[in-house]
Design a protein around this ligand. Sequence first.
Ligand SMILES: Nc1ncnc2c1ncn2[C@@H]1O[C@H](COP(=O)(O)OP(=O)(O)OP(=O)(O)O)[C@@H](O)[C@H]1O
Ligand SMILES: [Mg+2]
Length: 599
Amino acid sequence: MQHILYFLKQIHAYSGKILYINMFAMMGISLLEGVGILLLVPMISISGIVDLGTGAIPIVGNLFSFLEGIPSSIALPSILAVYVLIVISQNVMNRQISVKNTIIQQGFLRHVRIETYSSLLRSNWDFYIKKRKSDLINLLTSEIARASAGTNSFLQFVASLVFTVIQIGLAFVLSPNITVFVLLCGLMLIFFNRKFLARSLELGNKNYELGRNYLAGITDQMNGIKDIKSNTLEESRLDWFSSITKRIQTEQVEYTKLRSTSQLYYKVASAILIAGFIFIAINMFSAQAGQLMLVIVIFSRLWPRVAGIQASLEQIATMLPAFKAVKALQQECRVSQEFTSKSDKSIKPLEIKKGIFCENISFKYNQDTEKYALNNVNLSIPSNQMTAFVGKSGAGKSTLIDLLMGLNQPQKGRVLIDDALLTSDNLVALRKSISYVAQEPFLFNTSIKENLTLVVPDATEEQLWSALEFSSAAEFVSKLPDGLDSLIGDRGVKLSGGERQRLVLARAILRSPSILVLDEATSALDTDNEAKIQEALERLKGKMTIIVIAHRLSTIRNADQVVVLDQGEIIQTGEFAQLANEKRSMFSHLLRNQMEATN
Ligand SMILES: Nc1ncnc2c1ncn2[C@@H]1O[C@H](COP(=O)(O)OP(=O)(O)OP(=O)(O)O)[C@@H](O)[C@H]1O
Ligand SMILES: [Mg+2]
């Protein structure tokens, strides 16, 4: 329940007083509907089909007693005219309200989406390491929509509750006894039908889980489609797919069964109650025709409302898991917020004068494990020089770079930028001065040009080509049929691994960063192209701080400083030539292995 309240508060904060106006209008409509029924009384009486006898129904009788003096030739048309007017205005209002409600609901949906997505984008890297991406996508697409639709059904439920109260009031005026009887029966049914609510909640949970697993499965498979095809895994994947879709189908059918069963109970109960009531009324109390008429009118008006309340409750119960999930995500994002500033446009890139320093840094990915990915690391990375990290796979090189960029925070020790501690205050400024090429280059599924201008929207063609020149990419791009406008497919599948790397490198350079971070950025390149990039980097030395990770040691021959990592610890630091001369060290061991491999 508190989840719904949370969303109601949000929708209230979002839409303000329009919400109340709509609620009042909805009540107005129901009042008109009620007056519509009241008008039936004199109509029936005038038509002379049934003699209601004004005395038979106390208040209403008096209400319409003024009609008695008027000849029926005038009274009937005027009552009918009023009736038509009421129905028209009721429906016009209804239309207005539905449009307004949709405006509110869609606006609210967008508001929650933007809020959730922006807090997602501001969440730190640690949050993403622990989350499954497809779960986040599922939340952003289906669950948010379900939660906001759920908020709407709750509002409708409240409105229909108000309707019901008004209708009950009117029915009470017409006949207190029958109304109380109908209400007691309704309450009893709702009480006995509680189990449907519990079951709805259960089905809602199942629906959430299934939707999540479905999306996670297909995302994984579409990402790994090449492996699936080349290892002939199609059949086993299809088996999985047909089993999960079967479960989704069963769940939906179950839900429909549940809803229709509980509604069936109401319909059957209503028929039995009316029949029983009429039977008793005629046989025991020899009731008047007018009163029987009332029984039917009240039943047919009130009973669907009672059944509707049950239906809304069931619907809300199935939406609850979506509410919970969205709220939990917002909460998590809030906790792992990386920086708080709303807009970072005004923040200028950081200028680093001395360098970046690590003091006694230790870091582990998982709090529960003993093993540190980095252990007691002390390091200084002087500005405008080239620092290279080497070491075996899994030594902690990428992890250390993530810490330097403030993506992860060390559990022990600290990172200093010049003399200032790296905190959320200078984080954005630091990131603005960095261009980073990740170990797995990422490109968006659009044209080469758009991939490049993503980082510098107003870059000229000339700047683009000079960046491509830098990364030895100009040649292959100019040979593509559409040049800069060529589309490169999902994650750049239409390019070779080395071409992708060079494009990403061009993008990094285009930003003219003061710190360039390359994590295995040239690993997929042939020696010719790599040598060209190496020369280009050489020209940058002294102008920007360059941090490189490389397995191929020839790449870092010109580095000012080489740092050797092993099992999360720094075991050697120095110039390339100096380290190469340290016999029996890790570095000379790595170097020897590579020399042997290339000879
Ligand atoms: N997201 C993660 N969660 C848990 N452990 C991780 C995670 N990422 C890396 N590790 C662990 O941290 C250690 C260091 O990983 P890291 O990626 O820094 O190695 P690396 O030196 O960059 O290796 P490579 O040369 O293969 O890229 C490894 O033992 C790895 O298993
Ligand atoms: Mg790595």
